[in-house]
Design a protein around this ligand. Structure first.
Ligand code: SF4
Length: 1003
C-alpha cells in the first residue's frame, strides 16, 4: 500500500481526477471509489464536471472532517464526549487565564486575548502533537501559547471532542486495521501538514491512495506542495514548465475604484447571460472581503441577478442578532443617551405598553432635558416634564415621562452589569427580549434572509443553554462574548452551488472551469492581500510548528487565482486605479504583469464613460441613467424630454438649472408666487430681526419651523446661552421680590447690603437648579465657571445700583410679558393704516424720579453690534426692533399711547459688553423713524424673497449656522450661488437700500 502524489495543473485537474478514478476502479465501472475533496463546494463542482465529461458511477465525495467523523465519531460519542463549541473553548481559555495567566497576566481580561488564544489553539490542535512540541521549543512566546493550548485541551478532553480528536481517533482506528474504503483518490487537498496529512498517510498505509496535488510551476508556491507530499511519505515529480496561462478570451479592465469595478462586472455578467451563458457557469471572486463582499451583494441585488456564496451582509448585521448584540452591550459605559438612541433608531422597538416607541420625539425630549449620561435620565426627565407641564406643553411632558418609564423598564430588565445568571437563564432572557421589545408582528414580517438570521440566533441560544453543565453563571457581557463568538464560527453561505452566479473570496474558492470568471481587486495591496499578523507568536514560530504562515495564505490565494485564470473559458481581471474611501491611488497587481503580460488593459475612464459605452446596462437604474446621459449629450431640452415620464427627475433638473442661474428662483428663496399669511399672530422682536440679518434663516426657522437640535453631550461647559439664562433667571426672581416689597428698592447709594445678600441666595438657588437639570455642562468645568458667573452678576449689580440711585429709579416690572393672552395686546403702527401685533417679555422696567419709564433688555453677549444705536438711527439700519417693541409694550401695560409718557429703552450689557448701556429716549421723531423702518421690514418679508446671503467661506472649529451648512462641510457652494445671484434686480430692489444694503455688503 502506498501514497502517490501526482502534481496537476488546474486546467488538467478534472481530467486527471477522471483518470485517477478510472485507475482506482481497475476496469470495474461499478467499483466504489471515495474521492476526498477539500470543501463541499469543490466536491459539488467536481461531481458536475465529471458528469459533464461522460459520467462516472459509484463515486462518493467526502471532506476530510466528514470522513474522520464517519470513522471515529461513534467511538467518541460512545465515550460520552460531545462536539466542542466556540463559546466552550472561550470559557475554558478564560478559566486557564484566570488560574494560570503566565505571560498574559496584564491582558488576561481582554476579550481579544481570549479570541486570539482560541484561534491559535484550534490551529495548534490540527497541527498535532508534533506541532505543539515544535512551538513549545521555538521561543518563549511559543512556549506560553502552547502551554495555554495544552491546558485547554486537558480540561476539555474528558467530555468534549474537536476536529483534531476526531482525526486522531480515525487515525488510531485505521492503524488498528480498519479500512474505511477499498479505493480512494484525494483531489486537490489543502497542503496543510499536521493531522489532516497524518490521516491521509494512515489511509495510504492500508489502501492505495492517489493524491492529485495542485501544481503551478512557480517554485515558491509549489514548495509547500512538496513539503506536504513529504509529510504524506511520498514525493512529487514536478511537471515541466509553468502553468499554461491565458484562456482564449482574457481581458484586463482598469476602472476608477472598487464601486465602479463591481458595477462594470455586473454589466459583463448581464452581457454574458444575454449571450447564452448560464448564471451557474459564472463566477465572481475577490481577494479581500472589504469592500467587495458588500458591494457585490448590493449590485447583484440591484440588478436582480441570482447568486450563491458568502453574502456581504453578515448574519450579525441582521435584525434579531443585531438587536441582541446591541442590547446585551447597551450600558457598557453606562446607559448613555446617544447609545440608547442609536439602538432605537436602528431597530423597531416597542415600549412597555406594546406600542412602537416615538424615537424622534423622545430624542428631542432627552436632549432638551440635558440627558447625556447614565445618571441623568430620571432626575432630568422628571425636571423637564415638570417644566413642560408648568408651561402647558403637555405633549412634551407626556413624552418625557414615557421615555423615563421606558428607561426604567429597560434598566429593570438589564439589571446591574455585574449580575450573573446561568447560561440557560440568559438564553431565555434573550428570547423574552426579542418577543417583548421587537414584537410578534415584526418577527412575522421578516424577509427570508432576516428569518434565516433569526432562526440562526435561536439555534445559537439553544447551544449556549447547554453550557450550564460546564460553565458557572456568567455576566451579561460574558454571555454576549459567547453569543458573538458563535456567529463568528457560523457558516455564512446563502443559496446552493449551481443556483446562480458563484461569488466568494479567492481564499475560499477553486477555479474548476467556469465559462466566465471575473476577478475583482487585482491591485497592489489587495492581490496578494497584505499578510495577517498574529498577536501571539511570530511567523518563524508558526513555520516551526507547521502552522499556516503569512506566505502560506498568499500562496493559497495565488493558487486560487491561477486556477481561476487557467480554467475559465473567459477571464476578466479588474484592477481599480484608486480607493475613494482612503483617497489613495492604486497600482495594478504584480500578478497581472507576471501572468497576463500580453493582455493590454482596457481602461474605463469613469462611471459615465463605462455606462455610455456598455452594450447593455446592468440594472434598471442604470438603464434610466444611460438613457438620460445619452439625451443630455444632445442638450438640456433633450434631457428634459427624455425624462418626460419621470416628474421627480424633471423637478431635479429644474432645481439644478435654477440654482445655477444668476436669478433668485423658487429653489433658492423666491416664494413670491406663493400666498403666505406672514403675520397671522403676534411676532417676536427676534423673529422680525432675523429677516434683515438673514432671509434664508428666517424662512427655515419661521416658515418651515426647522431648528437645529442641541446636543447636551457636546456641551463641555456652560454654554453662552445658559450663562445668560442663569443671570436672567436670577435677576427675574430678585426683581419680582423687590417689586413685591420683600427686598428694598435701590436707594441713592445703590442696592442695600440686604438686597446684596438676597441676590446671593437667589443666585445660589438658581445655579443649583441649572446644575440639577443638566444645563451646566461637565461638572469640572461648571465648578470653575460658577464663581465667574457669580462675579459677573455682582459686578453688574454694583453698577446697576449706582445708575438706579442716580436716576432715583424704582423697579416696577420684571419679565413683563405682553402680546399673548392673558397679557396685554401690543401693536406697532406701520404708518399706512396697518398694525404689526407683537409679543415678548421685557427684562425690567424702572420708573425714575422724573416719571420716565426706563426699559432695560439685559445682554450677556458682546456689545459690538449695538454700539451705534441712538435716537438718530433707532433700529440701527433696520435691524434692531427690540427697544421700540418693549417701549410700546411698557406704554400699553400702563395704558398710555406713545408720546404721552417719557420713555427710555436701553440694552444693559454685562462683562463682555463692559457693563455699558446703549439706548435712547423716545419722542415723535423717533417713533416716526421706527414706523418707517418697520413698514420696510414688513413689506420686505411680504415680498416673499428669502435668499441665503452667505458669508465667504472661512475656517472655523464649529458650524456657524446650520441652515446653510447642515452637514458641517462648509458653505463654498452656497457662497458661489449667492455671488451669482446677488445682482438679481429683484433682490437689489428689496435689499439695496441704505442700511440693509450695508448689511449685505458687510456680510
Ligand atoms: S449661513 Fe446661510 S442661513 Fe445662516 S446666516 Fe448665513 S446665509 Fe443665513
Amino acid at each position: 500500500m502506498s501514497v502517490r502524489c501526482t502534481p496537476v495543473f488546474a486546467p488538467d485537474a478534472i481530467e486527471a481526477l477522471a483518470a485517477a478514478v478510472r485507475a482506482a476502479k481497475q476496469g470495474n465501472p461499478l467499483a466504489p471509489v471515495t474521492v476526498i475533496v477539500p470543501t463541499n463546494a469543490v466536491g459539488v463542482t467536481a461531481r458536475r464536471r465529471l458528469g459533464a465529461d461522460g459520467g462516472v458511477a459509484a463515486i462518493e465525495l467526502v471532506t476530510p472532517g466528514r470522513l474522520a467523523e464517519r470513522i471515529a465519531g461513534a467511538d467518541l460519542a460512545a465515550a460520552g464526549r460531545r462536539p466542542v463549541s466556540t463559546p466552550l473553548i472561550d470559557i475554558t481559555v478564560r478559566e486557564v487565564l484566570r488560574h494560570a495567566p503566565g505571560h498574559y497576566e496584564s491582558v488576561a481580561d481582554h476579550p481579544s486575548t481570549v479570541t486570539s488564544l482560541r484561534d491559535l489553539h484550534r490551529e495548534l490542535r490540527l497541527a498535532g502533537p508534533l506541532g505543539a512540541a515544535a512551538l513549545r521549543g521555538a521561543s518563549a512566546r511559543g512556549r506560553e501559547a502552547a502551554r495555554v493550548s495544552s491546558m485547554v485541551s486537558e480540561r476539555l478532553a474528558p467530555r468534549w471532542f474537536d476536529e483534531a480528536d476526531l482525526i486522531a481517533a480515525a487515525i488510531e482506528r485505521i492503524r488498528a486495521g480498519e479500512r474505511p474504503f477499498e479505493r480512494a483518490v484525494v483531489f486537490l487537498p489543502r497542503v496543510d501538514r499536521g493531522l489532516p496529512a497524518d490521516l491521509l498517510r494512515a489511509i495510504g498505509d492500508v489502501t492505495d491512495l492517489q493524491v492529485l496535488v495542485e501544481w503551478t510551476g512557480i517554485e515558491s508556491v509549489d514548495a509547500e506542495t512538496v513539503d506536504f507530499a513529504t509529510a504524506l511519505g511520498a514525493s512529487v515529480d514536478p511537471v515541466a514548465g509553468a502553468i499554461p496561462i491565458v484562456p482564449a478570451d482574457t481581458r484586463v479592465v482598469s476602472t476608477t475604484d472598487a464601486d465602479e469595478e463591481v458595477r462594470h462586472a455586473v454589466r459583463q455578467l448581464v452581457d454574458a447571460a444575454r449571450s447564452g451563458t448560464p448564471f451557474a457557469r459564472m463566477a465572481l471572486v475577490w481577494p479581500t472581503d472589504r469592500p467587495y463582499a458588500r458591494l457585490v451583494e448590493h449590485h447583484l441585488g440591484v440588478a436582480g441577478l441570482p447568486w450563491n456564496g458568502r453574502p456581504g451582509t453578515l448574519v450579525t448585521e441582521r435584525l434579531v442578532p443585531r438587536f441582541l448584540l446591541d442590547l446585551l452591550d447597551l450600558d457598557r459605559r453606562g446607559l448613555r443617551r446617544s447609545e440608547l438612541f442609536d439602538l432605537l433608531a436602528d431597530v423597531p422597538i416597542n415600549g412597555p405598553d406594546g406600542a412602537r416607541v416615538s424615537v424622534a420625539a423622545w430624542e428631542r425630549r432627552a436632549r432638551a432635558a440635558g440627558v447625556s449620561t447614565d445618571a441623568h435620565w430620571s432626575p432630568r426627565l422628571a425636571a423637564h416634564a415638570a417644566a413642560m407641564r408648568a408651561t402647558e406643553r403637555e405633549r412634551h411632558a407626556d413624552d418625557a415621562e414615557a421615555l423615563s418609564a421606558f428607561v426604567d423598564d429597560l434598566r429593570r430588565d438589564l439589571g446591574p452589569r455585574s449580575r450573573t445568571r446561568t447560561w440557560s437563564d440568559w438564553a431565555e432572557w434573550c428570547e423574552r427580549q426579542v418577543l417583548y421589545r421587537l414584537g410578534r408582528s415584526v418577527l412575522d414580517q421578516l424577509d427570508e434572509a432576516e428569518r434565516l438570521a433569526s432562526d440562526h440566533a435561536n439555534r445559537v441560544l439553544d447551544r449556549l443553554r447547554y453550557l450550564d453543565t460546564v460553565g458557572k453563571p456568567v455576566t451579561r457581557s460574558e454571555f454576549r462574548a459567547a453569543f458573538a463568538a458563535e456567529f463568528e464560527a457560523a457558516p455564512g453561505r446563502l443559496g446552493r452551488l449551481g443556483d446562480g452566479i458563484t461569488i466568494g473570496s479567492l481564499a475560499g474558492t477553486v477555479g474548476l472551469g467556469a465559462d466566465l470568471t471575473i476577478v475583482l481587486g487585482a491591485a497592489d495591496g489587495l492581490l496578494p492581500p497584505p499578510p495577517p499578523s498574529d498577536p501571539l507568536v511570530s511567523d518563524a514560530d508558526r513555520r516551526a510548528a507547521g502552522l499556516g504562515s503569512a506566505d502560506a495564505r498568499a500562496n493559497r490565494i495565488h493558487r486560487s487565482f491561477l486556477s481561476h485564470a487557467t480554467t475559465s473559458a473567459t477571464l476578466v481581471v479588474h484592477t481599480p486605479r484608486g480607493d475613494l474611501r482612503a483617497t489613495t491611488d492604486r497600482l495594478p497587481s504584480r500578478w497581472i504583469a507576471e501572468h497576463l503580460p500580453s493582455v493590454s488593459p482596457h481602461s474605463v475612464p469613469s462611471h459615465h464613460a463605462g455606462l455610455v459605452a456598455c452594450e447593455f446596462p446592468g440594472s434598471a437604474p442604470e438603464h434610466r441613467l444611460r438613457a438620460r446621459a445619452v439625451a443630455a449629450a444632445s442638450g438640456v431640452d433633450a434631457l428634459v424630454a427624455g425624462c418626460a415620464d419621470d416628474p421627480a427627475a424633471i423637478r431635479g433638473l429644474r432645481l439644478r438649472a435654477s440654482r445655477r442661474s444668476d436669478r433668485v428662483t423658487e429653489f433658492d428663496g423666491d416664494l413670491s408666487a406663493v400666498t403666505i399669511d406672514h403675520f397671522p399672530r403676534p411676532v417676536s422682536a427676534s423673529q422680525i430681526e432675523l429677516w434683515p440679518s438673514c432671509p434664508h434663516a428666517y424662512f427655515m426657522r419661521y416658515l418651515l419651523g426647522v431648528r437645529p437640535i442641541d446636543d447636551p453631550t457636546d456641551e463641555l461647559g456652560l454654554s453662552p446661552m445658559e450663562r445668560g439664562n442663569v443671570i436672567h433667571d436670577t435677576l427675574d426672581v430678585f426683581h419680582r421680590r423687590v417689586i413685591a416689597g420683600d427686598i428694598p428698592q435701590p436707594g441713592p447709594d445703590g442696592w442695600s447690603p440686604e438686597a446684596t445678600a438676597a441676590l446671593e441666595q437667589i443666585f445660589t438657588e438658581t445655579a443649583d437648579r441649572f446644575e440639577q437639570t443638566g444645563r451646566t455642562g461637565r461638572a469640572a468645568n461648571w465648578f470653575l465657571q460658577r464663581p465667574s458667573v457669580r462675579a459677573e452678576l455682582f459686578n453688574w449689580f454694583v453698577r446697576d445700583g449706582r445708575l438706579a440711585g442716580s436716576r432715583g429709579a424704582r423697579v416696577v416690572h420684571s419679565e413683563l410679558r405682553f402680546g399673548r393672552a392673558p397679557d396685554v395686546e401690543v401693536s406697532l403702527p406701520l404708518g399706512d393704516g396697518r398694525q404689526l401685533a407683537v409679543f415678548g417679555a421685557a427684562d425690567r422696567i424702572d420708573r425714575t424720579a422724573t416719571g420716565e419709564l426706563v426699559i432695560v433688555d439685559h445682554k450677556t453677549g458682546k456689545a459690538d453690534k449695538f454700539k451705534k444705536i441712538d435716537r438718530t438711527d433707532p433700529t440701527e439700519g433696520r435691524t434692531k426692533f427690540q427697544l421700540p417693541i418693549y417701549a410700546a409694550a411698557a406704554l400699553a401695560t400702563i395704558g398710555e399711547a406713545p408720546g404721552s409718557t417719557p420713555v427710555r429703552a436701553e440694552y444693559g450689557f454685562f462683562d463682555r459688553g463692559n457693563y455699558e448701556r446703549y439706548g435712547y429716549s423716545f419722542d415723535d421723531e423717533v417713533w416716526n423713524q421706527v414706523t418707517d423702518d418697520l413698514r420696510w421690514l414688513v413689506d420686505g418679508i411680504g415680498s416673499g424673497l428669502f435668499p441665503a446671503i452667505t458669508e465667504p467661506p472661512k475656517f472655523t472649529f464649529y458650524v456657524d449656522c446650520h441652515y446653510c451648512d447642515p452637514d458641517g462641510l462648509g458653505v463654498d457652494e452656497r457662497y458661489a450661488d449667492w455671488s451669482r445671484k446677488q445682482d438679481d434686480p429683484r433682490l437689489v430692489a428689496v435689499f439695496a437700500d441704505d442700511g440693509a444694503d450695508e448689511q449685505g455688503a458687510e456680510r
